[in-house]
Design a binder for this molecule. Sequence first.
Ligand SMILES: Nc1ncnc2c1ncn2[C@@H]1O[C@H](COP(=O)(O)OP(=O)(O)OP(=O)(O)O)[C@@H](O)[C@H]1O
Ligand SMILES: [Mg+2]
Length: 269
Amino acid sequence: MRAVVTAQTRDPGPSRPVPVIEIRNLHKSYGSLEVLKGVDMVAPKGHVVSLIGSSGSGKSTLLRCANLLEDSQDGEILFEGEAVRWKGTGLARHPADKAQVIRIRTNLSMVFQQFNLWSHMTILQNVMEAPVTVLGRPRAEVEEAARRYLAKVGIGDKCDAYPAQLSGGQQQRAAIARALCMEPRALLFDEPTSALDPELEQEVVRVIKALAEEGRTMLLVTHDMRMASDVSDHVIFLHQGRIEEEGPPDRLFGAPQTDRLRQFLSATA
Ligand SMILES: Nc1ncnc2c1ncn2[C@@H]1O[C@H](COP(=O)(O)OP(=O)(O)OP(=O)(O)O)[C@@H](O)[C@H]1O
Ligand SMILES: [Mg+2]
């Protein structure tokens, strides 16, 4: 997609490529509950950024705001340098341009904890659905891509099965194939392994690692510190809606600077 140049679009200069996602000073409340209290975050192209933190710290909310599934009350969200346009302020702030929202959202594919596959469709139909109906791509071309992505995540033999006939790990890999088939600019994962038994979890971790190695841009919310440590270029520790600490995984996990992160890591070890 071509970045639209607007008054709000800032040129980062030749030394810094335009990130896929950039968030500046984001504030988000649910009624009187302030959940995000001024968060800045950058997901450069080809990088994996993980979000960690206690339950309720705002990780899912940040991911949903980045994907424009949630409104936010203040701050900026930029997709490939293009700032989301807003109308209104505070709790009345909403995106001003529906077409822009759809364009950004279709370029950011989300994978959820609970897979969210259609139970009445086969795995192949699930993977083909959005590229055909939302993007209007030719069915034959999408089927070829869907089969290729299902093979890539290791379930090429499950095309004609229904979700209920698959294990949790297989269903989550189908959900990842479905996200890939949209040919997104970035993948957003919200606890992709949390609903799985440990042995099934590893199947999914392997797929996510392979995607990281091929240079996919990913935002990953996870409770799995080992996965965050293995796949991330950058890790953000959220605490009560603020970034308490962030950095490369070696430093964050190997030499945490704040008491809160030290406490969090010892509680999750
Ligand atoms: N739709 C909503 N309406 C009201 N409050 C919400 C809503 N969604 C989230 N919250 C609140 O916002 C805060 C942050 O929630 P969020 O789901 O982002 O946390 P999280 O870090 O993803 O936690 P977890 O690790 O448990 O998934 C919590 O206090 C939660 O209760
Ligand atoms: Mg969450």
